[in-house]
Design a protein around this ligand. Sequence first.
Ligand code: SF4
Ligand code: SF4
Length: 293
Amino acid sequence: MNQNDSPFQSSPVLPEMFDGTKTIQFRCHKGIACFNACCKSIDISLTPYDILRLKRRLGISSTEFLEHFTLPFEMEKDGIAGVKLKPVENGSACQFMTDDGCSVYEDRPSACRYYPVALLTMRRQDEYVDKDAYALVVEEHCLGHQEDRRLTIDEYRKEQGLDEYDALSRGWRQLILKKKSSGPTIGKPSKRSLQLFFMTCYDVDRFRDFVASDAFNALYDIPGSDLDKFLSDDVELMQFGFRFLRQVLFGEALGIAMRMDIVEERRRKVMDNRMRLEREAAEQLARAEEGDC
Ligand code: SF4
Ligand code: SF4
């Protein structure tokens, strides 16, 4: 990780990284004096699986969820799209906060589950595996650090149900790491690839319509049983989406078969079009030169 990626600059995250065996002192409960303080001023990034759980909890589509409960943001300069929870109108509190605590507690996002631990997924330039490390976030308003309970970060993650959340977000984190590590050589992604990334990662219901469309199936040769599975199960569809993006955006061969006759036909059309434009430009130039004589 280089210096610019440091999560520690001007933040309440302690400048030290740990593995899961690190013991922390922390307890959060309803009787604590700071109850809800952390939900009154939010800055919570969402993973695709967070969105899936919350839209299911609220009984709405991912498109409606994104519209009413999130704000888009740019995760990295030159573009990785991210989404954050949108606070209440004219305020900074979470829309899901009530006097009794979190109204979506069983489906709360990963970042809420992790707090006050921060997950840092990294890939060193000389290594080819992703590594999870953790940091501790210590904010003045949070009194949980003064409670008399000690446990390891691994135990805390288990208690917070994070194994499932992390496992189902891994494909998305790998996409982000891949984009980060590809750096400026890949350049600024096109508007179309940014839109594809956003839809595939965050708007699973729109991605489902896309995968079910004639246009998609004319180009991709997905076995019927796989297609049925993707179209009937949000989690399967989301994970297929991560694989699809790696193949489309990074050219990895991940076994999503394409109909080569259609690919060839499209390539031919692009070539024909390019040649037509070049011919027209040459003819135009020739006419202009004739006019000058
Ligand atoms: S989702 Fe729940 S836990 Fe997370 S900030 Fe909102 S109210 Fe708090
Ligand atoms: S102890 Fe920390 S996490 Fe728990 S309610 Fe208070 S501020 Fe929030």
